[in-house]
Design a binder for this molecule. Structure first.
Ligand SMILES: Nc1ncnc2c1ncn2[C@@H]1O[C@H](COP(=O)(O)OP(=O)(O)OP(=O)(O)O)[C@@H](O)[C@H]1O
Length: 348
């Protein structure tokens, strides 16, 4: 496990996936937050049900761990339809998609995760399938090649992407509805945690829930993961007996998250290494992504897609055309003094 995994928004193991499965909300009413998206989906599903037709195709866009897979499952569940799950990387040829589409039962919901990673040839086949529930299958090669049309059962496509900007316009345009999922605020994360604690039958203090909520980067997946670590800590270290054995208080949260090196802002060791090098070695920047990555011994891709978005979101880092720059808030948070300035930002 790398240093960053505890607050990585990607699932870390099979055990975590099983744990997540148990905590997944099954209905829109149970799904916490994303109020606007929930309202929009509700309307779309009710309208389809009143007209007795398959709901429009839905694109779910947003960072990992915010509930895209959960919403796809809810769409199927709430509209009383079965769900087929696939992903962009599994569809590397048009034939893979043809096999999948032609095996759908009428009305089925097809979920394609990471849809931006599907093969180009499959994307083109999907345009027609989404629009007319039909595909053209090419038979033969060269001058003798012919295309055979194949009718499909009507279906609802739910596509999920972390990179909506990478989807070609013709594909994006064929979704009847696009939902942009936002990071959750602390109050919503507390509700996610409260619900998880109830389902896991954990005894957790209010203050402990609020503390975890403030450290999970606006992401329910990370919230549930931190709760799991804190639960383990409390189980091993609390001296309570009977009903209160394993009860989670603020002390357990502080101790467990210190053990896992997650600070009060949700920053972990890698985040802090990036910021400290930027501040101390490069005097706050600007410095290029690759130089920064080499300096902390990490892949540029990890720094760019996992570390930076959060540092930017909480206002510690900005990306400029000349490179990465630390903000005044970063100087304050790390208590580092800029060369030629006092700790309070005044010029010497
Ligand atoms: N709004 C929510 N309310 C309660 N729990 C949630 C919510 N959103 C997500 N979760 C929890 O977070 C976990 C991760 O959610 P999910 O797998 O749906 O994220 P995702 O956006 O599909 O992530 P990825 O893109 O990495 O697959 C789920 O198991 C679920 O328990």
């Amino acid at each position: 496990m790398s240093d960053h995994d505890i607050v990585s928004p990607a699932p870390e193991s099979e055990a975590e996936l099983a744990f997540e499965g148990a905590l997944r909300p099954r209905s829109l009413a149970e799904f916490v937050g994303q109020t606007r998206v929930r309202g929009q989906l509700q309307l779309l599903l009710q309208a389809a049900s009143l007209q007795n037709r398959t709901p429009d195709h839905i694109l779910l866009a947003g960072p990992p761990g915010l509930g895209k897979t959960t919403l796809a499952m809810i769409v199927a569940h709430e509209s009383g339809r079965s769900l087929r799950m696939s992903s962009g990387p599994a569809i590397q040829h048009a034939g893979d998609l043809a096999a999948l589409l032609s095996s759908l039962v009428p009305g089925e919901v097809l979920f394609i995760d990471e849809i931006h990673r599907m093969a180009r040839s499959a994307e083109e086949m999907l345009y027609l399938a989404m629009e007319d529930f039909r595909i053209d299958i090419m038979v033969g090669k060269g001058a003798g090649a012919t295309s055979i049309p194949l009718d499909l059962a009507p279906f609802t496509l739910v596509g999920a992407t972390t990179r909506a900007g990478l989807l070609p316009n013709p594909l994006r345009d064929r979704f009847g509805f696009t939902a942009h999922l936002e990071f959750y605020d602390d109050a919503e994360l507390e509700r996610v945690l409260e619900r998880a604690a109830r389902l896991l039958e954990l005894d957790v203090d209010r203050g402990a829930l609020a503390e975890i909520a403030g450290r999970c980067r606006g992401t329910p997946r990370i919230a549930n993961r931190l709760l799991r670590r804190v639960r383990d800590y409390a189980l091993v270290h609390t001296s309570g007996s009977g009903d209160r054995r394993g009860a989670v208080g603020l002390d357990a949260v502080h101790a467990a998250l210190e053990l896992y090196d997650v600070d009060e802002l949700g920053l972990d060791r890698l985040d802090r290494a990036v910021m400290k090098i930027l501040l101390e070695r490069f005097d706050g920047g600007p410095v290029g992504l690759n130089t920064l990555a080499v300096s902390v011994g990490e892949e540029a891709e990890t720094i760019e897609s996992v570390v930076e978005p959060f540092l930017v979101r909480i206002g510690l880092l900005t990306r400029t055309p000349r490179g990465r720059v630390a903000t005044p808030a970063a100087w304050r948070h790390f208590g580092v003094q800029r060369a030629g300035q006092t700790l309070f930002g005044d010029d010497l």
